[in-house]
Design a protein around this ligand. Sequence first.
Ligand SMILES: C[S@@+](CC[C@H](N)C(=O)[O-])C[C@H]1O[C@@H](n2cnc3c(N)ncnc32)[C@H](O)[C@@H]1O
Length: 234
Amino acid sequence: MKIVKEFSRFAHEYNMHNIIQSKVASKLVSMLEKNHYSSVLDLGAGAGAIYENMICNNIKIDKFTALDFSREMLNLHPKGKNIQTICLDFNNSNSFKIYVDKEFSILISASALQWSTDLSAVLNSISRLADEYYFAFFTSKTFSTLHKVAGVQSPIYSQKSIFDALENYTIDRMEEIQYHLSFDSVLEMFRYIKRSGVSGGAGVLSYKEMKNIMKNYPLDYLEFEVLFIRAKIK
Ligand SMILES: C[S@@+](CC[C@H](N)C(=O)[O-])C[C@H]1O[C@@H](n2cnc3c(N)ncnc32)[C@H](O)[C@@H]1O
């Protein structure tokens, strides 16, 4: 509940703070092999980066379903005859009961599933929905120096826990990419984290921990690690 409020509060300025997510969406879409899909489900679709990248890449889509639990984010999603926006929570397995088996040719999700409360459960409840799956997960190595300086454990899933959660999937392509994003000050880094929607990790820091990071953070950039996966169900 807290997370959806954060996204909704910053929805209007989301596009200014999504530099890394926009690279991630573009990379994930570049992994698509066909130039036509009959039905696409985008989990945590947000303002529509996946849809827009598919259109820019001249990929034809008959029916695009954009699922997100933030109405404000969905309001920013492109609209069209072939686009359905649907306001549902992917943590709730009932959200998917409306769909028949293999309703979608692909299920795609960029920069969203790090928010799942139980990744295995979400991957399990979507496992009958599509022929192919494309995921981009931020991993626990995101903000790793920041977490180290703060002395806190990353709240984001590690690579190992992501692979464990994917046990019912056959992974046929996997890529890991590290991104660095530079800032003029640590204060600006915090602002970015707060508004970008990458992780609630910095949100759980106390005032004292934040002060400590401001003093001791050794880098002038933030670190991100993203795991790109193409998979099928076993
Ligand atoms: C960082 S944004 C990424 C948006 C888009 N996929 C992109 O690549 O730009 C994460 C999105 O996931 C959505 N989200 C987070 N938790 C969710 C949940 N439990 N159910 C549905 N959507 C969720 C947020 O509202 C937000 O729009």
